[in-house]
Design a protein around this ligand. Structure first.
Ligand SMILES: C[S@@+](CC[C@H](N)C(=O)[O-])C[C@H]1O[C@@H](n2cnc3c(N)ncnc32)[C@H](O)[C@@H]1O
Length: 254
C-alpha cells in the first residue's frame, strides 16, 4: 500500500476507534473536541505502527487532528479566512508534489557540494544532467563556472521547476525541463548527478547501466546504491559531511 493510503487508513481507523472508546467509556468527553482529537491521534498512531509505517509517521498521526482543530480555532479567533489554509496546502503540494509516491522530498545541494561536483567534471567540454534539479541552484553554479559544458535539469514539482526555469533565463549553457526523469534517456550525458533518497537508487543504477555510455559517470549525493561498490567517493568538507558516490559505467549490461 502507498504511504499516503496507509496514512489515510490509519487516520480513519483511529477516528472510528476513538469515537467507539469515548462512546463506551465517557460520552461527555464529546463536549471537549480537542481531547477527543488527541485520543484519535493516539489511536491513529497505534494503527499506523500496526500497519508497519515508518516511525516518523507516529508523530504526524499524533498531531494531525489536534493541530487541524487548533489551527481552525486560531483562524476563527484571528479572522483568518479558510482559503488561506487551502492556499498553504496548494503551495506545499506544488513544492513537494508526489513525495508520497516517489519518496524523494526536496532538499538542496549546498555550495560546497557544487564546488566538489565541479571538480569531478571532465576537463573537456561535456554534457551534465541533474535528475530532479529542484530550484536549479546547483546547476546555475556549475553552468557559471564551466561555460564550455552544457547543463540540463529535469524536475517534476511545479514550483521548484518554475523557479529553476525563470532563474535560468539568459544562461545559454543551461536548460531546465519539466518532467519525470524516469522517462528521459541518459545516453547523451557524460555525468549524471542524483540527489534523491535511498528508495530509487537500485532502480537508478539499472537505468544508468542500461542507458549511459561506457566511461561516463553517475554521481549519487548521500545515498549509495546498495550492493554496488563505487569507483570512488568524494568527501565534501561541509557540516553534514556529504559524500558523493561516483559510479563509472563499464559498458557491461549487468
Ligand atoms: C533532494 S532534491 C535535489 C534537488 C537538486 N538536485 C539539488 O541537488 O539541489 C530531489 C528533487 O527531485 C525531484 N524529483 C523526484 N523524483 C523525480 C522524478 N521522477 N522526476 C523529476 N524530478 C523528480 C523532487 O521533486 C526534488 O525536487
Amino acid at each position: 500500500m502507498s504511504p499516503l493510503r496507509t496514512a489515510a487508513l490509519a487516520q480513519i481507523l483511529g477516528g472510528v476507534i476513538a469515537v467507539f472508546l469515548v462512546q463506551i467509556a465517557y460520552p461527555r468527553l464529546f463536549a471537549a473536541p480537542l481531547v477527543v482529537a488527541a485520543i484519535q491521534g493516539a489511536c491513529a498512531a497505534m494503527v499506523s505502527a500496526r500497519l508497519g509505517a515508518p516511525k516518523w509517521w507516529l508523530g504526524i498521526h499524533l498531531c494531525f487532528l489536534p493541530a487541524a482543530l487548533w489551527l481552525t480555532r486560531l483562524g476563527q479567533d484571528l479572522g483568518i479566512a479558510p482559503l488561506w489554509y487551502f492556499a498553504g496546502f496548494i503551495a506545499l503540494l506544488l513544492v513537494f508534489w508526489r513525495t508520497d509516491r516517489n519518496q524523494v522530498p526536496l532538499y538542496l545541494s549546498n555550495a560546497a557540494t557544487a564546488a566538489a561536483l565541479a571538480s569531478a567534471l571532465p576537463d573537456a567540454p561535456c554534457q551534465v544532467i541533474d535528475l530532479g534539479c529542484g530550484d536549479g541552484n546547483l546547476l546555475r553554479r556549475l553552468a557559471a563556472g564551466r561555460p564550455d559544458c552544457d547543463f540540463v535539469g529535469i524536475e517534476h514539482a511545479p514550483l521548484p521547476w518554475l523557479w529553476a526555469k525563470l532563474a535560468s533565463i539568459g544562461r545559454t549553457n543551461l536548460e531546465i525541463h519539466y518532467g519525470n526523469f524516469w522517462r528521459l534517456r541518459l545516453d547523451r550525458f557524460d555525468l549524471v548527478y542524483a540527489f534523491l533518497s535511498p528508495v530509487p537508487m537500485p532502480r537508478l543504477i539499472v537505468k544508468a547501466r542500461t542507458e549511459m555510455r561506457p566511461g561516463t559517470l553517475l554521481v549519487a549525493n548521500s545515498f549509495a546504491v546498495p550492493g554496488v561498490v563505487p569507483e570512488h567517493v568524494i568527501e565534501v568538507c561541509d557540516r553534514r559531511a556529504t559524500r558523493l558516490y561516483c559510479y563509472r559505467m563499464s559498458g557491461d549490461r549487468q
